[in-house]
Design a protein around this ligand. Structure first.
Ligand code: NHR
Ligand code: GAR
Length: 231
């Protein structure tokens, strides 16, 4: 049986992944109660989307705290006041400390715009094009202290086109993000998804994400092999 899952969504900007979650909930195919949307910045499009959907939207601004630990403590208190069983980073742009990730261990997920473990960190589309990979894509993973290194839940490959710019590639990756993030949340709501001993489990079995062979560069003349770790 699936019961409605209380969720808090963290954003920093545009909020299109938040919108995808909202849209699935509206369509009735995602049993989730978005208790609050928390933005690390004032006046984001993400907050506008929350307000348009009649959701609680709040700002927890790191600039209002003298230390990072103070900010994260306040963020945790705010999140916990909404009683979520799952916390979703949807375009959240601040690295979170180990106390924070430990507190939400196994109930904190992130959508990242690459086929992890390739291209951890920022500016993934530019970096994928530079490396000349055949396939780029998106990943949903459990968040651990190892930034973008937590266990992968689900991935979606996107074929790179010869004429891609970072923008055109990002747009196709984003479509996949909007599909796999709600999918992962649905699994969690159905009680099918968990993290145990650093492994993501779906129906009790490790999540398998066969990704297309990417070792061969699209453009060997570039003289670089695809990156596999942080910048
Ligand atoms: N925190 C931990 N501990 N672990 C993860 O896996 C995290 C995380 C916080 C955010 C999202 C991640 C992404 O999907 C995420 C995963 C921001 C940065 C970053 O360098 C890196 C990874 C991610 C998000 N942020 C800069 C910082 O110093 C600030 C950048 C900015 O403000 O524009 O925090 O890619
Ligand atoms: C998304 O592509 C997300 O994967 C990425 O930022 C975009 C946010 O879009 N996240 C990161 O790069 C995290 N560092 P959105 O605000 O429209 O959902």
């Amino acid at each position: 049986m699936t019961v409605t899952l209380p969720v808090v969504v963290l954003v920093s900007g545009r909020g299109s992944n938040l919108q995808a979650i909202i849209d699935h909930c509206r369509r009735g195919d995602l049993p989730v109660d978005i208790r609050a949307v928390i933005s690390s910045r004032l006046g984001t499009e993400g907050l506008e989307r929350a307000s348009r959907a009649g959701l609680t939207g709040v700002v927890v601004d790191p600039g209002a705290f003298s230390t990072r630990a103070g900010f994260e403590q306040a963020l945790m208190q705010r999140i916990d006041s909404y009683g979520p069983e799952l916390v979703v980073l949807a375009g959240f742009m601040l690295i979170l400390g180990s106390d924070f990730v430990r507190h939400y261990s196994g109930r904190l997920i992130n959508i990242h715009p690459s086929l992890l473990p390739q291209f951890r960190g920022l500016h993934t589309h530019e970096r994928a094009l530079k490396a000349g990979v055949r396939y780029h894509g998106a990943s949903v993973h459990f968040v651990t202290a190892d930034v973008d290194g937590g266990p992968v839940i689900v991935q979606a490959p996107v074929a790179v086109r010869p004429d891609d710019s970072p923008q055109t590639l990002a747009a196709r990756v984003l479509e996949e993000e909007h599909r796999i993030l709600p999918e992962a949340i649905r699994w969690f709501a159905q009680g099918r998804l968990s993290m145990a001993d650093g492994v993501a489990l779906l129906d009790g079995r490790p999540c398998e994400n066969p990704v297309p062979e990417n070792t061969q560069s699209r453009n060997p003349a570039a003289g670089r092999s695809p990156e596999d770790t942080t910048p």
